[in-house]
Every structure is written in structure tokens, then in C-alpha cells.
Design a protein around this ligand. Structure first.
Ligand SMILES: *[C@@H]1O[C@H](CO)[C@@H](O)[C@H](O)[C@H]1NC(C)=O
Ligand SMILES: *[C@@H]1O[C@H](CO)[C@@H](O)[C@H](O)[C@H]1NC(C)=O
Ligand SMILES: *[C@@H]1O[C@H](CO)[C@@H](O)[C@H](O)[C@H]1NC(C)=O
Ligand SMILES: *[C@@H]1O[C@H](CO)[C@@H](O)[C@H](O)[C@H]1NC(C)=O
Length: 496
């Protein structure tokens, strides 16, 4: 057995890591893909892009259902089933908080396998929650259980996670209309449920629960494992393609694992579809008052025209476990390699080395020397001086966007799903970059030679982030997920 084979060992390591590093780095570490962000100017811009961006968002809200009847009929049309119990209360809440009403196809997709299985066994969902809860209450493994009972949320175990103090505060804002249910919350920003329901015969496999040690599977390195289970990431969405598995730190050697191969319902912040079947919810990271949101010392006060037309990026050497020379393929290292050849377009550097991700087959000093990693960190506000930045998740770009920077991200959005993936559009809100970064220089050249276009994308990303990706929208999403969860769980009792 390898050194990562046991859950206890991993939990300890994760605990140590999380105490040591600010968690937005961990999120970046986990996702491993990078994307291009255009850094914004202030909002009083002479460009027309900002008006277009606002008008598009106005149009988005204008096409949402405006009555409960309309919302219910659209729900039925999109889901082929009636809305769940307490939907009318959810609708009131969503209207009162200016949330989107109809745009929750991600929730439909995440729950669809469970609704299908309920036709075979109405008690399936509840049994899986109960079995998963037993495991989590005993071992934790980065997860936590809780209940809504009589309109109050409470935890039902003592397990520690990153978000133990955040979740109850969030849920309190809508607990009054939550049906009774028991939840399993994944506190790690990595998915846990390796179950590709797109593969043949998986419906039968789901019913035949067979993982003897759920949430313990920790392959290492992970590269061969993902290929063996056919968890394959294409580098391009169309045409001839090649795999991007070997261009992803997460795929090469995931920094945290502990997977299950059965279809447990687990609430997670991110996943790769369709290899992972976790149910997506917002990360506490997305709340503006969260401890985890990157803080800027002062607002972005540099106008677009005064910014340097270069890509600026600083980050740590995270992404996955360094093992032999696999780090050369990690996007964070590759972006530095690319930057060395394109100093006219890029100002990029690794600011620190992640010793916690350097174990066997890793010579930390050699890596530091090769990439000039001296631990010198620049103030976060430095990013204001540049037009473009890189991000690995929209989370990160949201943090930047709220500080008046704007989003343009990579096709990582098609790889790592987050709950708002359907809403952000490439070329409108961000500039996509291939997972292997082979088009990064071309994309930067385009941006520098099409300044008004790039600025318009920046403004659209910023406007979207400020107006749509709000705290209230996170609450609306969470509560919409919980209503589906509660209905599936109640099906066991209704079938009796
Ligand atoms: C929900 O839980 C509360 C508290 O345990 C209980 O009093 C109530 O009867 C439950 N409601 C339903 C519909 O089961
Ligand atoms: C259920 O799973 C076990 C273990 O993987 C396997 O041996 C068995 O054949 C499966 N049964 C069915 C009906 O698929
Ligand atoms: C932006 O604000 C900071 C902090 O108040 C200040 O030090 C800096 O000079 C300002 N920059 C510009 C361009 O106004
Ligand atoms: C940088 O340029 C050198 C010399 O042309 C080339 O060998 C190397 O592959 C380039 N590196 C990257 C990452 O493009």
C-alpha cells in the first residue's frame, strides 16, 4: 500500500495543508487549469461595451418567469416533472432576492440519475444518504453531515471541514422553508464520486452498491487511474482532438482523492463531468463576506487605457503532487515556461513552492532553482496594473472581478464544472484558453491587437459578476438544490 492509501493519513495531511495556506490557493491547487482574465478599468468607461453588457443582463432577467404559475409551468417543461414541495416558497424567496428563476439546468442534470433510479427503487436515494452518513460520521474524510428539521439546520457530527462555521450561517437565510432532510456536504474543493453514468450498464451498477470502502479510494499517482476508468479530458471541444489529461495537474496527480465508485449523493463545489457524479452547490468561497474571498487593499483605480497590455500572473507551485518531472506539464509551470519566451506579452512567475505537495520522487530544491521560486510575493493589487490575468476557476475571476477586474477563463470551464457554468459564456464574459495552454500566446496577441473587443469582454465579465453572481444568487441555488434533495429523500417513505 502506498503512503496515501489510508484515509486517516490523508485527512491529517489535508488538515495541515489547510491550516498553513490561504484556501484560495488550495482551490487553485486542486483545479490545476488556468484561464485568461482581462483586468478591468473603473466603471466610468467611455467605451460602449459597458452599456451592451448591462443591456444583456437586463435581457436575461427580463426573460425569467414573472409569476409563480409561469415558473411552475416552465419548471415542468424543462424537467418533465412537477416542481418539488415548497417550490412556491422558493419562488417567493428568489423573487425577493432578484435571483434567476428558470436557469437551473445544472441542477436538473445533477439529479437526473437519481430520479431515474427512483423509478427502479424509490428508497435508493435515502439509503445512499444513510449509508454515506454512517461513513462520514465515523471517519469524516473531508465531509460533514447535517439535517434540516422543523425549518432549522444543524450538523449531526463533529467532523471538521473548512466551511464548518460558514454553512450554518448561509443555510439560516433560507432554512425556514426547507423540508426535513439529511445532507452530506463535501468540504473539499475536489469531487469525490467517481461514477460515470454515461457508460453502459451504469444504471444497474448504481443499484448494485459494491464499493467496500467508500471514500477511501486513493490511487497514486492518479494519471493511470483516470485513463483506466476512461475519465478523459479532450483538449478541444470539436474536430480532431487529443487528450488533455497529461496537461492537467489534477489528472496527473490529484492533490486529494478519497473517492467512491458508487453513486452516493454528495454535495460538492466542483466536478468533472461525466466522470464524477457529485451534486454541485456554491462554495462558501463565492460569498462576498466569506473569510476565503481574496481581499484587495484598495479598489482598482487604474483605468483601462493606463494599464499595461500584458498578462500578469503570480501563484504558487500547486496543482498536484510533484512526482519525478511531472510538474513540467502542470499549467502553472508551463505558463512560466511560455512567459520566458514572451516577455513582451507576459509578466508571470511562481511566487512560492508548495512543500506539502512534494513527497517521494520530488526534489523541492531542484524545482525551486529551475523556476526561480524564491518566495517573494507581490501585493495582490499589482494585478490592477495589467490588462490580462489568468485564472483557474471562475471563483478566482469573481474575486478579481469584484475588485474591478474581469473574467475570461479557459476551457477548464468545460472540464471542471461549477454551478454557474451554464451562465458564463466564452467570448462574451471571458476568453477561453485550451487546457494545454497551446493557444495562450495567440489569444494574448488577439487581445492586444483588438483592444476595444477585449475591453468589452472585460466589462461583460465584470457586469455579470456584479449583477448575477451575487450572494443572494448563491442562496437561491443552494435552496433549489435542497428542495430536489428533500423530494428524493422523501420518496422512500412515500413508497411505503
Ligand atoms: C420535521 O422534523 C420536525 C423536527 O424533528 C418534526 O417535528 C416534524 O414532524 C417533521 N416533519 C415532517 C413532515 O416529518
Ligand atoms: C454486483 O457487484 C458485484 C461486485 O462488483 C459483482 O460481483 C456482481 O456481479 C454485481 N451484480 C450484478 C447483478 O451486477
Ligand atoms: C490608487 O490607490 C492607492 C491607494 O489609495 C494609491 O496609493 C495609488 O496611488 C492610486 N493609484 C492611482 C493611479 O490613482
Ligand atoms: C521557448 O523557446 C525555445 C527556443 O526557441 C524553445 O526551445 C522552447 O520550446 C520554448 N518554450 C516554450 C514553452 O514555448
Amino acid at each position: 500500500m502506498g503512503r496515501f492509501a489510508t484515509g486517516a493519513r490523508r485527512s491529517g495531511w489535508i488538515g495541515r495543508l489547510r491550516r498553513r495556506w490561504p484556501p484560495w490557493y488550495i482551490l487553485l491547487a486542486v483545479l490545476g487549469f488556468l484561464s485568461l482574465v482581462i483586468v478591468a478599468s473603473n466603471r466610468q468607461s467611455p467605451y460602449s461595451g459597458v452599456f451592451t453588457a448591462q443591456a444583456r443582463i437586463d435581457a436575461l432577467y427580463a426573460r425569467q418567469s414573472s409569476t409563480l404559475t409561469q415558473a411552475m409551468s416552465r419548471y415542468s417543461l424543462r424537467n418533465n416533472r412537477a416542481p418539488p414541495p415548497m417550490y412556491s416558497e422558493w419562488y417567493k424567496f428568489a423573487r425577493a432576492h432578484s435571483c434567476l428563476i428558470d436557469e437551473y439546468d445544472q441542477i436538473s442534470r445533477d439529479f437526473e440519475p437519481f430520479y431515474q433510479l427512483a423509478q427502479d427503487d424509490p428508497a435508493y436515494f435515502k439509503k445512499m444518504v444513510e449509508a454515506g452518513s454512517v461513513k462520514v460520521k465515523k471517519d469524516g474524510n473531508g465531509m460533514k453531515t447535517g439535517v434540516f428539521a422543523g425549518g432549522k439546520f444543524s450538523f449531526t457530527d463533529e467532523q471538521g471541514t473548512l466551511y464548518t462555521s460558514d454553512w450554518p450561517q448561509t443555510f439560516a437565510r433560507f432554512e425556514s422553508f426547507m423540508p426535513n432532510m439529511s445532507l452530506i456536504l463535501n468540504g473539499r474543493d475536489e469531487p469525490r464520486v467517481i461514477f460515470n453514468y454515461r457508460q453502459p450498464d451504469m444504471r444497474l451498477k448504481a443499484l448494485n452498491v459494491s464499493d467496500p470502502t467508500p471514500f477511501e479510494l486513493s490511487p497514486h499517482p492518479t494519471a493511470a487511474f483516470y485513463k483506466e476508468i476512461q475519465c478523459l479530458i479532450p483538449n478541444r471541444a470539436s474536430g480532431f482532438t487529443e487528450l488533455a489529461n497529461d496537461a492537467s495537474a489534477f489528472m496527473l496527480y490529484s492533490s486529494s482523492t478519497q473517492f467512491t465508485t458508487d453513486l452516493y449523493p454528495i454535495l460538492s463545489m466542483t466536478k468533472i463531468s461525466p466522470c464524477f457524479a457529485d451534486i454541485l452547490v456554491p462554495s462558501e468561497f463565492y460569498y462576498s463576506d466569506s473569510y476565503w474571498v481574496p481581499r484587495y487593499a484598495y479598489p482598482n483605480n487604474i483605468t483601462w487605457t493606463d494599464k499595461t497590455p500584458k498578462l500578469y500572473w503570480r501563484g504558487m507551485s500547486s496543482g498536484g503532487w510533484v512526482y519525478d518531472d511531472n510538474y513540467h506539464a502542470f499549467p502553472r509551470f508551463r505558463v512560466v515556461d511560455i512567459g520566458r519566451n514572451h516577455t513582451d506579452l507576459m509578466d508571470v512567475a511562481l511566487s512560492s513552492f508548495h512543500d506539502s505537495l512534494c513527497g517521494e520522487h520530488c526534489d523541492g530544491d531542484a524545482v525551486k532553482a529551475e523556476y526561480n521560486i524564491y518566495g517573494a510575493s507581490a501585493p495582490r493589487e499589482e494585478v490592477y496594473k495589467y490588462k490580462y490575468s489568468l485564472t483557474s476557476t471562475a471563483t478566482r475571476s469573481r474575486g478579481a472581478t469584484l475588485a474591478s477586474c474581469a473574467a475570461a477563463r479557459s476551457s477548464s470551464s468545460t472540464v471542471f464544472a461549477e454551478y454557474f457554468n451554464d451562465w458564463l459564456r466564452p467570448y462574451e464574459h471571458y476568453i477561453p484558453v485550451l487546457p494545454d495552454l497551446s493557444d495562450l500566446v495567440e489569444k494574448l496577441e488577439w487581445a492586444t491587437t483588438h483592444d476595444a473587443e477585449a475591453h468589452a469582454i472585460q466589462q461583460a465579465g465584470q457586469a455579470f459578476s456584479e449583477r448575477v453572481l451575487t450572494d443572494a444568487q448563491n442562496d437561491c441555488y443552494f435552496s433549489a438544490v435542497f428542495l430536489e434533495w428533500a423530494r428524493l429523500q422523501a420518496m422512500a417513505d412515500e413508497a411505503l
